[in-house]
Design a protein around this ligand. Sequence first.
Ligand SMILES: Cc1ncc(COP(=O)(O)O)c(C=O)c1O
Length: 400
Amino acid sequence: MMPKAFEVLLRDEISSKRLDGSYKSERIIITAQDSEIQTEESGKTLLNFCSNNYLGLSNHPDVKMAAQKAIESHGFGMSSVRFICGTQDLHKDLENRLSRFLLKEDTILYNSCFDANGGLFQNLLGSDDVILSASLNHASIIDGVRLSKAKKMLYHYDDVNELNDRLKEAHESRFKVVVTDGVFSMEGELASLDKIVQVCQDHEALLVVDDSHATGFIGDHGRGTAEYFGVHDQVDLFTGTLGKALGGATGGYISGKREIIEWLRNTSRPYLFSNSLAPAIIGGAIQSINIVESKEGNELMGRSKRNTGYFREEMNKKGFQIKKGIHPIVPIMVGEANIATSMAEDLLKDGIYVTGFSYPVVPKGEARIRVQISAIHTMDQIDKAIECFVKEGNKYEVIG
Ligand SMILES: Cc1ncc(COP(=O)(O)O)c(C=O)c1O
């Protein structure tokens, strides 16, 4: 029986979350994920500027059709983990497809990138090894690194000199592994992989890049951040998600050297002890990669770039303080937490769905509204968002 004191403690903790503004409530969307959505409470159409639907594939007719076909041919569920009786030809197809797309020897699928990062380090590295992790890495990397017995070192995410110093300090370790997000999702900032690969080479460190916010649309062919910097072949392992640009459903993966992937298939706990991805997810994900590699994908990537460039430039011109960059994640800096929360609420009333982020997700005094631009936003939709931002920005006095 749950002790009364425990119940009271949790109630108090929840109340203090409500008071300090860190309580997370969820809006109920009653339509498909798209550039226009409706929520239960709004009763009207909202322009969606806060999803990771970078290419607009989450509700793409061909992706939905491929998912339906996979259900018809391969059923709804797997009812097994991969190594017992949960591997279909579809799973191997998607793994091969991802390996080809990412130009790597092999790929292992997980139910999420959270699982991929959680299952990567624990049984791959031992106490003689060291992991150097970038300061703003995603929670799943932080948790994955914690599970390993390897020594842990942190470096400031955009300080390559510090990474170099840490690697020097770690020179006696057996194997050195550097792990970084390709894109830091609160900043919309790319990791300086051009410099990081060089430092890794100098110290014979293995480089892992979680490219969840880049695979499918950053770089000439959409291969991600490393392709953007021209160093794709120098990254040893990519982890990533199928839950953002590549159809947006669910699923994650690790791609890289054959021996590492084979070892993970035999030792990685979220892979060994969790159900296989459902056929519909696989069918939709394969179709999403087909689209990325097609003329349509090329056009969508072009539109993502154009839409992002236009929004960033116009918001700059209007006097907003935005973090510089090229990524469709565009943080609009507003300073205090209460401004971020109230301004996002007022923008929602104006028909623009965006999210405010504040401490502890970002540093104190650096609260922001994070806008995410999609390839399927029309210019009219982007202009409408800018117009509403100007209206609310003037009201909250966050325009310089
Ligand atoms: C950098 C990064 N890694 C991992 C994840 C987790 O991905 P998934 O939703 O597939 O678990 C996310 C999602 O927010 C992410 O941004």
